[in-house]
Ligand binder design. Sequence first.
Ligand code: ADP
Ligand code: MG
Length: 499
Amino acid sequence: MTDAPKTTFADLGLSPDILKSIEQKGFKHPSPIQAGVIPLLLTGNKDIIGQAQTGTGKTAAFALPLLERLDASEKTTQAIILAPTRELAIQVAKEIGSFGVKNSPTVTVVYGGNPMRKEIDALRKSPQIVVGTPGRMQHHIRNKKLRLDKIRYFVLDEADEMLNFGFREEIEEILKMTPPKRRVLLFSATMPRSIMSIVNNYMGDHDLVKVAAKEMTNTNITQKYYCVKNKDKFETLCRIMEDEEHFYAIVFCRTKSDTSHVATQLSAKHLRAEAIHGDVDQHEREKILNRFKAGKTNILVATDVAARGIDVSALNFVINYTLPENYEIYTHRIGRTGRAGNKGTAITFVNGSEVGRLRYFEKNLKVQMQKGTLPSPAEIIKKKKLHLVERIEHIVNNENITALRSMAKELLEEGTAEEIIASLLKDAYAKDFEINEYQVIHEDKSRSGGGAYNGRNRGRGWGRHNSSGFRHRKGGGGFGGRRGGGRPPKGGRTRPNKV
Ligand code: ADP
Ligand code: MG
């Protein structure tokens, strides 16, 4: 990944109105297929083959130029888009509609199973763009409800799937009826040989825009995600830390106030965290970084800008507390771990409406992130008990306890050794071992507000998930436990922080 200046949608030659709706939709940068296809479609005249993995934004790659180039004042159908399934056809129509500005070309969708009457009424208005499945499209053409004589663009979306579904004949029949000067735009994730006969028979001189999926080179980084509501993120973070013996991490947040808030909450739980952001002055910044590098603090809560250039090779975790704006930033962030041959884990928190964007990152980066499962409170408590036993063994073997021996003798007159130890443990750690201290954290299954990213193939596996709910401890409680990986990164066994 380079730091070279990125292409913007404006660089591609799109008009200010469309740029505004792209921005409103939340797209920050064009995906590679968009950067390749959009200028060709806006200016050139050749046919185009666009090949890129599923989920890389092929729809917008042809939709945005169509919105620019079609004549909305002319009431004729100027573009047809074939999609293999009704869901995809609806999705494409929706995506096009979502970029619509005032006086944009109109779009209608036709597919098997949709009320015929409704479609015919819509077609009578001569929408500039018609999206549909091949069979239903063919039906309307045969019945002269859809006229092809003014077609300027013929889009075959998901061409490989269309052929898999056996739509070759329909496609060819429709293609033959379009005017010879139309541009054929073929989009596909793969280019099986079967597509080539369509290319050879129906496409003229064409440009090929092929986006090879990038390989994530660093296989030392395990990438995981948790889908939780924003309000549960902090508890989720705590749970993850509690499960780790050793937690040395940068926690990335979007805003300065988020970093301060998270760092403060962590500190309130006696975890050694500090925030770093753009408002921290240089002198203070150096001090914070030095403490972090020395392992005196083990959690740095940072904004992207503030974390720039931080190179600490022993970090074993990067937490994306908020989803980064784009996958380049994601890559930069997670690259802070898994350095110098060490293993690292990158964990991303998303809420239900952000899952689609995460999928978009995955597709563009060619990675599959594992869905994380939080340990149950019972598992964590078991671990905490084990740690405590280890720590006590360590104290018994290594600490000088002479000064307290006489007190211990006196205490032993109060009850059996077992009773006394249990009472001390209860007094000190009861809350740490109390299952009811944990809140239930549910997976966020809401997809509200995610319109921009929701789509086919998104949310893979979510439906199957049994969200029995993971619990998390409420508040702090107890003292001196090893909560949150209180153990510093280096230097062997060290005592956790005192409260
Ligand atoms: P494909 O057709 O390549 O499978 P889609 O066009 O369906 O991919 O896009 C996948 C998802 O990515 C959609 O939710 C879409 O809104 C989103 N998307 C497309 N382009 C961008 C972009 N430049 N930035 C962010 N999200 C994008
Ligand atoms: Mg598509």
